[in-house]
Design a protein. Structure first.
Length: 277
């Protein structure tokens, strides 16, 4: 019963670890990468931008919202119980010689901060102010989904910001998505620990099961061999040798205790548990 319980606990734990790995593996890759400040430390090329995984910076230029997404949660009756809104903003990323554009995903709770940065950006571009506002960002670059990228390119077309050729060159299918890097790392260590514990429980359950099947308790006060009764205690050493698989030594020990021939001793050892139990 105990070994079955340990196995069930281990399998459930491993299942949770697998689910975490499937759902969060991209976040884990980002969290264990060195974060880059894309505002202060200009990437040198487009390839370098695409190679960045983790980002920790203060965004000081945001152009506009190019799309929004509504996510709803329903109960078993189909009624909506919760609505969540995410907004996608256009963000320039500067290299030493070029300007590229990526998206940033923003929850409704943070959108007001981005709107303020956006207003300050346009005031700066129109020469109305020399100061820019900033908003903290911590997360990583992820591949932008096809539908979002379609709306992303349409924003540049509708606003005549870039022509078709430049859109292909400078508008990148990358989305900045916020995650807590340190929290994700800690959570990953927890799940690795759970996995190690589950593997240990599995090994322990199988070892316990093996030991249990090998240990046989005698049910007789005496053992009868060749019509002669012997106290069971005389054969403790023989039994231990049989349990350990050392049958040759068990045969010799049995011969010494009983004085029977080697052939007879071999026959007894081959059917030992019939005598022992």
């Amino acid at each position: 019963m105990l070994k079955e319980f340990l196995r069930r606990i281990a399998f459930v734990g491993i299942l949770f670890v697998v689910i975490f790995g499937v759902v969060a593996y991209k976040d884990v890759l980002v969290a264990f990468s060195e974060p880059v400040d894309i505002v202060e430390d200009y990437p040198e090329t487009e390839e370098e931008i695409k190679s960045i995984k983790a980002v920790k910076t203060e965004l000081d230029m945001v152009l506009d919202v190019f799309a929004e997404e509504e996510t709803t949660t329903t109960n078993k009756y189909g009624a909506v119980t919760n609505r969540r809104y995410d907004y996608y903003y256009v963000v320039p990323v500067f290299t030493e010689t070029e300007t590229y554009y990526v998206g940033v995903k923003v929850s409704s709770t943070k959108s007001l901060e981005y709107d303020k940065v956006c207003d300050a950006t346009w005031s700066y571009l129109y020469g109305e102010t020399e100061e820019l506002k900033t908003v903290e960002f911590e997360g990583g670059f992820y591949k932008m989904e096809d539908e979002a990228f379609k709306y992303f390119k349409e924003w540049f077309e509708d606003n005549e910001w870039l022509d078709e050729k430049d859109i292909k060159k400078y508008v990148l299918p990358l989305m900045l998505e916020p995650i807590k890097l340190s929290t994700t790392r800690k959570l990953t260590f927890v799940f690795v620990g759970v996995l190690a514990l589950c593997i240990f429980l599995l090994v322990l359950s199988f070892r316990k099961g093996k030991e249990k099947t090998q240990s046989v308790t005698p049910q007789k006060a005496v053992i009868t061999i060749n019509d002669i009764n012997y106290p069971t205690s005389n054969f403790e050493k023989v039994n231990k040798l049989v349990e350990k698989g050392k049958k040759d030594k068990a045969v010799k020990e049995l011969m010494e205790v009983t004085g029977i021939s080697e052939t007879a001793a071999n026959a007894v050892i081959l059917d030992w548990y019939a005598y022992w139990c």
